[in-house]
Design a protein around this ligand. Structure first.
Ligand SMILES: Cc1cc2nc3c(=O)[nH]c(=O)nc-3n(C[C@H](O)[C@H](O)[C@H](O)COP(=O)(O)OP(=O)(O)OC[C@H]3O[C@@H](n4cnc5c(N)ncnc54)[C@H](O)[C@@H]3O)c2cc1C
Ligand code: FES
Length: 281
């Protein structure tokens, strides 16, 4: 069992938890993720390692309540425990050797981008962090992000905080003004990552995106998390989640991301046995 040491509600949809998992905290690197199961009957879900404290032996997860398992997890409190917490999984992000990097986060993607920005900052890299949210009340991690970059640019779609508009507009302005980045990292909705990749392509700026397809085993065996990158099939759980944004086939990723919508909705509405239908005559 993995004890919840701290729980903090970041906004009405997003929750942060520190989980006691010393062996994972010892090895974790930015870009990696864990797979957890809340209880015996629970589903396995992947969540990014948003932070870790090797001394305290804790791993931070930040999750958005979007369905059955994230809702169940949100109902756990400090002192409770989750049954399984496996990791660190996936490839760590390659962050060494850069001078100036733009990290672009969209909504919850900021929680996933934060450890990348933190590591780059620790390595002495100049970091512009462009963080976009739909509205002021959804902004998360503002102070933490400010501490790990040289320049924090907050945008909101409705203009209720920071500058009005999308992260792509702020990035575009900087590129047009001649700001030289030797890497752009984009993490957020697929449409946003695709838009960022299209912006940086004509400038030939290497661009890394973090893919989050449905994952099942998380070890490269089931093929559920496949993404098409440069015409080849890759498994996000073992080859990623980071990939070259200029090579990712976003159209097929967007199509695949909607495959299970009906089933997910059904499972949220009906918490009964999911195998029931499978064994009906
Ligand atoms: C590598 C990786 C890292 C992720 N990191 C985070 C994170 O740090 N914070 C966060 O809030 N979310 C993260 N996600 C997404 C998270 O796994 C889903 O939100 C979660 O599985 C939803 O489960 P649910 O039962 O609450 O919702 P459901 O109703 O089952 O699904 C809602 C949506 O979540 C996604 N999803 C569902 N099951 C899975 C699955 N097994 N694998 C991947 N996606 C799934 C689908 O897009 C789906 O439409 C990550 C996903 C991946 C692949
Ligand atoms: S989750 Fe099964 S191969 Fe990646």
């Amino acid at each position: 069992m993995y004890r919840i040491k701290r729980k903090k509600v970041l906004n009405d949809q997003i929750i942060l938890m520190d989980i006691k998992a010393p062996l994972i905290a010892k090895k974790a690197e930015p870009g990696q993720f864990i797979i957890l199961r809340v209880n015996e009957a629970g589903e396995r879900i992947p969540l990014t390692i948003a932070d870790f404290d090797r001394d305290a032996g804790t791993v931070t997860i930040i999750f958005q309540i979007v369905g059955k398992t994230t809702k169940l997890l949100s109902e756990q409190d400090e002192g409770d425990a989750v049954l399984d917490f496996a990791g660190p999984l996936g490839m760590a992000s390659h962050l060494a050797g850069y001078q100036k990097v733009a990290v672009v986060g969209g909504g919850l993607g900021c929680a996933i981008a934060y450890p990348q920005a933190k590591k780059l900052h620790q390595l002495g890299v100049k970091v512009d962090l462009i963080a976009g949210f739909r509205s002021k009340h959804l902004i998360i991690l503002e102070e933490q992000m400010r501490d790990v970059c040289d320049n924090l640019i907050i945008t909101t779609d409705d203009g209720s905080n920071g500058t009005k508009g999308f992260v792509t507009e702020r990035l575009s302005e900087r590129l047009e003004a001649g700001t030289k980045y030797d890497l752009v990292i984009a993490i957020g909705p697929l449409f946003m990552m695709r838009a960022v990749s299209e912006l940086t392509r004509p400038h030939s700026i290497p661009t890394v995106v973090s893919m989050n397809p449905v994952m099942i085993d998380g070890t490269g065996m089931c093929g559920g998390c496949r993404v098409c990158v440069g015409g080849e099939t890759k498994f996000a759980c073992v080859d990623g989640p980071d990939f070259d944004g200029h090579l990712v086939d976003f159209d097929s990723a967007i199509l695949r991301s909607t495959f299970y919508k009906d089933k997910e909705h059904q499972s949220f509405e009906d918490p009964g046995c999911r195998l029931r239908g499978a064994f009906d005559a």
